[in-house]
Design a protein around this ligand. Sequence first.
Ligand code: SF4
Length: 266
Amino acid sequence: MHIQPSGSQLIIGGWKETSLVDVLESVSFTLWLSYCNFKCPWCSNSRLARGYEKKVVPIGEIVSHVREARNFVDYFHVTGGEPTLQYRSLVTLYLKIKEETGLKLSLDTNASLPEALQYIFSHVKIDHVAIDVKAPLSVAALYARVAGLQTKIAEKIVERVREGIMLTSQNTEFLELRTLLVPDLLSPSDIETISRELANLDLKVPRIAYVVQQFIPYEGVPDEYRNKKKTPRELVKQTAERVAKVFPDNVEIWYRTIEDGNVRIR
Ligand code: SF4
């Protein structure tokens, strides 16, 4: 599944001129692209991910808004949905942003489209990449439940995600790996399994961080998960402390909650 709008356009949900939550310790101009190849039942951007929120916007219009915000931000960050579905137009956008603003570039992805990532990395340097590692890559049935996929499809997807993570680690200077502690789907020991798998990949990146994130039932979450309670802050913190024992010392460990914001524990 690839979504390729014609010419120099992108299908987007919107943007925020200054965001403090998308790149650790930095301010970003954040752009949301529509559509996703996953159907996570807890997705806080489900309307955007499922293509109900979308508008076709010329790349030049986005660039001019970023230019205006240039002095207030460190990064130009693109998220979604799954932004790599529009990889060709995305590369055009990144190159124009770099040329006209000089900002550092950032991407948030589920890493399931390694060919698209390869295309992006071969055309433009992405300074920061955030990868959402949804579930243990060794347990396809669980990955399927967390990402809203059929198990047969998830069996192939987990291999592609592993490939996407390896590829990204060779092409960026700052890799931020993240997992959301989703109630009734993932337990702290699942997060520990994910951490062990990532630690075993022995990723070589100048800066690497793992972030345990809190689930919050925002308005955009589908009904099925809208009525769940947010993950308790203490549980998120304790889980981050637990995985700190799993990762090697060069990996920064963080947790992110509404109560505490981004907290580095190591
Ligand atoms: S959480 Fe991310 S990967 Fe999952 S459906 Fe939403 S946008 Fe897609």
